[in-house]
Design a protein around this ligand. Structure first.
Ligand SMILES: [Zn+2]
Length: 410
């Protein structure tokens, strides 16, 4: 194999990926005007349905432009030896491989952020604003951005520096050390995410005494789920869209409800949402996902270790000598068809898990309450009720609303 062949394969992978995405988007968009299926006919009235269609179309148009421009920019970056250029700058700044890698990825991230920030600004303050979802202020938007950057520099930079150090010390065996480190780190994060990261962006308060808390506790007690604390998060400071999630395990597990969810749903609907989340816990989905992601990381790192010091990959990107960061970039693209397939499998499993959690809520609590909560949540976020089958298989981590409702009424 020559560097030219590798380069051609990289471009081919990027192009095929782009085309598959476009075809799926197109198929999905063709069904934006479909008639709403009968079981979901009570989600929208005529005016709301029209609004949801406009919202879908506007998002589709916006994301089509973004993905096309970003595809063209990426291809141009490869053709004009962009990575070799950034590599050269990084090498001029330092002789230390750790510093070189940090500067290299720092420049790449800065460059891509420069392009994506105005886009997410537009998405938030033009599209989301127009449909009444946005609650964020411009000040909050930029503070979030800044905090995101600080986290990225401290956590992302720290981890990257450590991995390059492993590579310097142990050569291609770095993958074992990196794997152990990432496994420990992700378990740590699952346990402490709520107490270390979330407070940087949101306020979490204990759910106040009252009917809702009593009902939630009554349900938890009935199914033998220790629920020490229920937290409410101030999602409303950014968006009207509602959510609830479950995090951590063992003593550190907690249920977090968005304040918007409490506003939008009735008590029995919120208990049904809790029942669904407890279902995930009881069926060991949290543990399964963590083990699966640790195993996948191990496999990926192991394969990466065969490519990381390849001069051929470096040459394909017009860089004369192999280096950690160039190997990582080339590998990232070459491996993406495989990671796409594992992503597909994980989405499939995730959709199965959603059915299991729904069934748990149905058996232990009440199917009707869950159905009406799912419908309200879909209505309030102007969800697409008629996605294309292929689009769902490729992109959805949850079954469609129709599938979930049909499963719940069985
Ligand atoms: Zn779920």
């Amino acid at each position: 194999m020559t560097p030219e062949v590798i380069f051609a394969i990289i471009i081919l992978i990027l192009a095929v990926n782009f085309i598959i995405d476009k075809v799926l988007d197109y198929l999905n968009a063709k069904h934006f005007n479909d008639k709403i299926p009968v079981p979901l006919s009570d989600v929208y009235n005529e005016e709301e349905y029209y609004k949801s269609q406009q919202y879908k179309k506007e998002n589709f148009k916006f994301s089509s432009i973004i993905s096309t421009v970003s595809f063209l920019l990426t291809i141009a970056f490869f053709f004009f030896d962009g990575f070799a250029f950034v590599d050269k700058i990084a090498n001029q700044i330092s002789d230390n491989p750790i510093v070189i890698t940090l500067v290299f990825f720092g420049i790449i991230m800065l460059g891509s952020d420069f392009i994506t920030t105005p886009l997410s600004y537009y998405q938030t303050f033009v599209i989301e604003e127009k449909y009444g979802f946005n609650k964020s202020t411009k000040k909050l938007f930029f503070i979030d951005k800044l905090k995101g950057w600080l986290l990225m520099i401290i956590l992302g930079g720290g981890i990257l520096a450590l991995v390059v150090w492993f590579y310097q010390q142990t050569g291609t065996d770095f993958w074992i050390y990196t794997w152990v480190f990432i496994a420990v780190f992700s378990i740590f994060m699952t346990l402490f995410y709520s107490t270390l990261i979330v407070p940087l962006f949101n306020k979490q308060t204990l759910l106040e005494e009252g009917e809702l808390k009593n009902e939630l506790e009554k349900f938890a007690k009935k199914v033998g789920f220790t629920l020490d604390k229920i937290f409410v998060i101030d999602g409303s400071k950014r968006s009207t869209k509602a959510n609830a999630y479950f995090t951590g395990f063992g003593k550190k597990k907690r249920i977090v409800l968005y304040d918007t969810l409490i506003n939008d749903l009735d008590t029995d609907e919120i208990v049904a949402v809790l029942a669904h989340e407890v279902g995930h816990y009881k069926k060991n989905h949290v543990i399964f996902n963590m083990i699966a992601s640790i195993l996948l990381t191990g496999v990926t790192l192991y394969i990466l270790s065969y490519f990381i010091d390849s001069k051929l990959l470096a040459n394909a990107l017009s860089v004369p000598e192999a280096s950690f960061h160039i190997g990582l970039i080339a590998f990232g693209v070459l491996y993406s068809p495989i990671s796409d397939i594992t992503g597909l499998v994980m989405n499939y499993i995730s959709r199965k898990f959603e059915y299991q959690a729904d069934n748990y809520a149905k058996n232990q609590y009440n199917a009707q309450a869950l159905i009406s909560s799912l419908k309200k949540l879909s209505k309030n976020s102007l969800s697409n009720l008629t996605p294309h089958k292929a689009y769902v298989v490729m992109n959805y981590s949850h079954p469609t609303l129709l599938q979930r409702v049909q499963n719940l009424v069985l």
